[in-house]
Write a protein that binds this ligand. Structure first.
Ligand SMILES: NC(=O)c1ccc[n+]([C@@H]2O[C@H](COP(=O)([O-])OP(=O)(O)OC[C@H]3O[C@@H](n4cnc5c(N)ncnc54)[C@H](O)[C@@H]3O)[C@@H](O)[C@H]2O)c1
Length: 326
């Protein structure tokens, strides 16, 4: 599948807007669906007047038959609408579990009825692994998730979304694929949404102490957004991957303390006017915060011929460099 019409839910968000740019530049017609609960018009402002792009402001947890114009005939649907930052999804728990569960159900039922040949890609998350006992996390690992914890409106609804995908793929013969996204960062992240990289950048650039939860020895791995987009495009457009669930992320692992230090060093290298040393302050670890998170990307390497190419320092340089133009 090299071009056609793609519907991208969550198109005004961080990942969705980069996907929109990529599919447009690859010659697709893109129909974005977004209710702007966490997305921003400015992420798509550069596409105003582009005849290949339409943004429909609607709630992607509702039945698309109720709001999509009849002339939208998708070849591909990327269901990426969902708050993604822990403080934000915890502030919108109902909206979060609805868009990942009922929204996924409505999109797949609508396709089954009206466009059974179309392909569907669901944005799942490394959070389906919860606080894992298996390290790094491989797709066959079922995870260790608290079903009624602070994160469950998100991680359990992503797990149910995966179940709904599996039913439509296995029982109804649809072409459905799942991407489990690990921490991704880059330009257009909302500086105020509380995710670690934009949060650290915002504090460092304002000469404020970076807030570290716990001891800072917990690890994360960070994927630059262009690498993630390459992987999603491969998963969505290559033939023969129906039923595939694949991790996409950068396996290079950093402690939170290292993350803060490297972010500070890159900002310094860019010549920004900031303090001479990194300032930090420590707060208690929120409950259910995973201690380690690192993707096993063997499946993506073997099946999609994909692996990340942007180093953490290079990605940070691009992200901090774009900060003031956002
Ligand atoms: N960025 C990451 O590191 C990461 C990691 C794992 C999974 N994901 C998944 O990728 C997807 C995109 O994440 P992101 O980082 O771009 O988040 P984001 O908050 O920047 O973007 C999400 C977009 O979805 C829209 N949205 C949310 N609920 C909606 C609804 N009911 N109807 C219509 N639009 C709605 C928001 O307005 C926003 O534009 C999400 O599904 C998220 O769970 C992202």
């Amino acid at each position: 599948m090299s071009s056609g019409t793609v519907i991208i839910t969550g198109a005004a968000g961080f990942v969705g807007s980069h996907l929109t740019d990529r599919f447009l530049s690859d010659g697709w017609r893109v129909v974005g669906v977004d209710n702007l609960i966490t997305g921003r018009d400015e992420n798509l402002a550069h596409l105003q007047g582009n005849p290949s792009f339409t943004l429909i402001k609607a709630d992607a947890s509702q039945d698309p038959a109720g709001y999509l114009p009849a002339d939208v005939q998708p070849d591909l649907v990327l269901h990426f609408a969902s708050p993604a930052s822990p403080p934000v999804y915890q502030a919108h728990p109902v909206e979060t579990y609805l868009v990942n569960s009922l929204g996924t159900h409505f999109w797949l039922e609508w396709l089954r009825e009206a466009h059974p040949q179309a392909r569907f890609v669901f944005a799942s998350t490394s959070e389906v692994y919860g606080d894992p006992e298996v390290h790094p996390q491989v797709e066959s690992y079922w995870g260790r998730v608290n079903p009624n914890g602070l994160r469950s409106c998100y991680d359990e609804s992503k797990r149910l979304g995966e179940t709904i995908c599996g039913v439509h793929q296995r029982d109804f013969g649809m072409d459905v694929r799942i991407v489990r996204i690990f921490n991704t960062y880059g330009p257009r992240m909302n500086p105020a949404d509380g995710r670690v990289i934009p949060d650290f950048i915002a504090h460092i650039l304002k000469n404020e102490p970076v807030v570290i939860h716990g001891t800072g020895d917990q690890t994360r791995s960070y994927c630059y957004v262009s690498d993630l987009v390459d992987g999603i495009v491969a998963l969505a457009t290559q033939e023969g991957h129906s039923g595939l669930t694949v991790n996409l992320g950068n396996p290079e692992e950093f402690t939170i303390n290292e993350t803060a230090q490297i972010t500070f060093e890159v900002a310094k290298e860019l010549g920004l006017t900031i303090s001479d040393t990194l300032q930090t302050t420590f707060k208690p670890l929120p409950s259910d915060d995973p201690t380690r998170r690192q993707p096993d990307i063997t499946c993506a390497r073997q099946k999609l011929d994909w692996f990340p190419t942007v180093s953490f320092r290079t990605g940070l340089r691009k992200t901090i460099g774009a900060w003031h133009s956002q």
